[in-house]
Design a binder for this molecule. Structure first.
Ligand SMILES: [Zn+2]
Length: 109
């Protein structure tokens, strides 16, 4: 017997319990936009990986990081737990979006 890991991320649709097909869509779950599938009957199915990520995010109520200096730029480090959840790696491009004078949103491109 062998165990095969299946990547369901690319599945365009999955069977819904109503008998129809749920189509791949972005779903709102606990305030987060996650990957999943929506059926016309109203059922939503959440990608299990994203469900796990949301659980981890719910446990952390924000992380404090120290600001450093690199040449003329100030730098912040993104803790490993967060970089793993968001899939941020060396070479990733992020976008900083001003949200006010004391708030900056970091978007993954
Ligand atoms: Zn359905």
């Amino acid at each position: 017997m062998s165990v095969v890991q299946v990547d369901i991320s690319g599945w365009k649709s999955i069977p819904c319990e109503c008998g129809k097909k749920a189509r791949q869509a972005a779903i709102k779950y606990k305030g987060y936009e996650v990957r999943g599938w929506k059926c016309s009957c109203g059922n939503d199915y959440i990608h299990p990986e994203d469900s796990l990520k949301v659980s981890k995010l719910e446990k952390s109520k924000g992380v404090e990081v120290k600001v450093g200096l690199l040449g003329d730029s100030v730098i912040i480090r993104i803790p490993k737990e967060l970089s793993e959840i968001y899939g941020i790696r060396k070479g990733s491009t992020l976008k900083l979006v001003p949200e006010g004078l004391s708030r900056i949103e970091i978007r993954k491109k």
